[in-house]
Design a protein around this ligand. Structure first.
Ligand SMILES: *[C@@H]1O[C@H](CO)[C@@H](O)[C@H](O)[C@H]1NC(C)=O
Length: 508
């Protein structure tokens, strides 16, 4: 059928076997589709121990994936949920993936086995900071459970580097030029959901309750009231790229004894974007340092650029949180210490971990180390996020998101909120500070995190961006497709390439 040059999954000898993962549990209601999100940790690496303090085994970012069926008959693949990129593509090349064994353990889509595929003849390259993929665009049928959309443009991987799973991008287009309707656009235009909105509830690896709900909200998964935050206009952001940017108006730290420090009112107003494909958060240097200096036991490791926490076991259930304030004090997300650290899948007996934050003064991002504590509704139609403290209280109450400006309900979660801090001193982020504690372990070699594709760094398009007029639509659907392209509003769009912050820069 299609002359795609598929790179086969080549499993190198000697790689550890990977246990099968649970598949997504998908439920569908009137106007919404809920898919459980599987937290996938990087497979342990076979490695030579080079030194006593072996941080190399901390190469274990967590990826968040859902199962999506592609083609006719449906072929199920797992895709990373990425709010930092807009496109869907399948079939990474495994022998050059950064986690070859895990990649090879995942099913791949066979285009020759699908009767609904239509080729476009258009190829593109999507570039991430660490890793890239060359794709060929095809039209396909995509299903999430029983929710099906047809004639969706997706990429089929021809070649890729450093990416172990396909990606389901859910961000707006970075530069507002729509080359084709994305999955969320098509779900709305084909009436699977009422408007372009979804909820994201990421949890730690040990908690299977995480979910993405297209077109819906689960009020049983948060405490307090969902607070509406406008998505910043591209002109208000540091790079001009259209992403899920909001204003971070305060940062604080609540210690296990209940005392708390936070930035004074109006001290900061930092645009940050929410990126589920990023293992870590990246914040302006002064905030990074203030967090590291006040996080109990954290020691700055100049070599890797990370704060190291020598004994992470003390963090579990400590009651301490790293606190993020939005819209003044209206929305507060308190990230438990144990969720904020980046814990190794393969640490063996080591109790060390790294703080899940790095400095970034150019394009700050809140990644998974923040999102695990937040319940977030992403509403593209109204350019708003709605955010509340994630919680688990055994309840499930799925509410469909309708249409119009108040489509996302300002719902109150069914779960009980946690205790609030007892005092509030100042967290000083006025100037960068020297680390108060430095790491004295022997030269750790930290390599890049291997979770999702990472935070988006640049809006630069790479070569071969698809042009709708260049897409060879299936005969009977060309009109529909063009109509759909015309219907995509400004601010969404397509195409693009994401350049992700290259964490290797921090590795020496
Ligand atoms: C993709 O990444 C690989 C490995 O870093 C590199 O050799 C290759 O040139 C990249 N390809 C593109 C198109 O950027």
């Amino acid at each position: 059928m299609l002359p795609l040059l598929f790179s086969l999954s080549l499993l190198s000898p000697g790689l550890a076997a990977v246990a099968p993962r649970p598949r997504s549990v998908i439920t569908r209601g009137d106007g919404f589709v809920r898919a459980s999100v599987n937290a996938v940790q990087h497979a342990p690496r076979l490695r030579a121990r080079q030194n006593a303090v072996d941080l190399e085994n901390m190469d274990s970012g967590t990826r968040y994936a859902i199962d999506v069926a592609v083609g006719t008959p449906p072929q199920t693949v797992s895709l990373i949920i990425d709010t930092g990129s807009p496109e869907l593509w399948v079939n990474p090349r495994c022998d050059t993936a950064n986690d070859a064994a895990a990649c090879a353990a995942e099913p791949q889509y066979d285009p020759d086995g699908s009767s609904s595929l239509a080729d476009t003849g258009v190829t593109n390259v999507i570039t991430y900071g660490k890793g890239n993929v060359s794709i060929q665009y095809v039209f396909e049928t995509i299903s999430i459970g029983s929710a099906t959309i047809t004639e969706q443009v997706i990429g089929v991987g021809l070649d890729s580097y450093d990416i172990p799973m396909g990606i389901l991008g859910l961000s707006p287009d970075t530069d507002g030029t729509a080359d084709y309707p994305y999955v969320l656009d098509t779900m709305a235009s084909q009436a699977v959901i009422a408007s372009r909105a979804f909820s994201l509830d990421l949890r730690s690896v040990s908690d299977p309750s995480g979910a993405v709900i297209f077109g819906g909200v689960d009020t049983g998964k948060f405490s307090g009231t969902l607070q509406k935050l406008p998505i910043l206009a591209p002109s208000q952001t540091p790079t001009g790229a259209d992403r899920y940017w909001v204003s971070l108006t305060g940062v604080g730290m609540t210690q296990p004894d209940g005392s708390a420090d936070r930035t004074p009112a109006n001290a900061i107003d930092v645009p940050v974007f929410l990126d589920s494909g990023g293992t870590l958060s990246r914040l302006p240097t002064a905030i990074f340092q203030a967090i590291g200096n006040s996080f109990p036991g954290a020691q700055f490791d100049a070599r890797s650029g990370f704060f190291v926490v020598p004994d992470c076991s003390a963090l579990a259930d400590s009651g301490g949180t790293v606190d993020f304030f939005f819209a003044g004090d209206v929305a507060v997300i308190r990230v438990p210490f144990a969720e904020f650290v980046w814990q190794p899948a393969s640490a063996g007996n080591s109790a060390e971990c790294l703080l899940g934050v790095l400095p970034d003064d150019d394009e700050p991002v809140l990644g998974d180390s923040f999102l695990r504590a937040a319940y977030v509704v992403f509403d593209q139609d109204n350019r708003a996020l709605h955010i509340a403290q994630a919680a688990s209280c055994g309840a499930e109450n799925l509410v469909a998101i309708g249409k119009g400006v108040d489509a996302v309900p300002s719902a109150t979660g069914l779960c009980e909120g946690a205790a609030q801090p007892t005092s509030a001193g100042d967290l000083d982020v006025a100037a960068t500070q020297a680390p108060t504690r430095t790491f004295s372990g022997s030269a750790p070699a930290v390599t890049a995190p291997l979770g999702g594709p990472g935070p988006v760094k640049s809006m630069a398009k790479t070569t071969g961006t698809p042009n709708p007029t260049g897409l060879a639509a299936p005969k009977e659907t060309a009109d529909k497709k063009n109509a759909a392209v015309g219907g995509v509003s400004v601010g969404l769009g397509a195409g693009v390439a994401l350049m992700v912050a290259n964490i290797v820069a921090w590795t020496l």
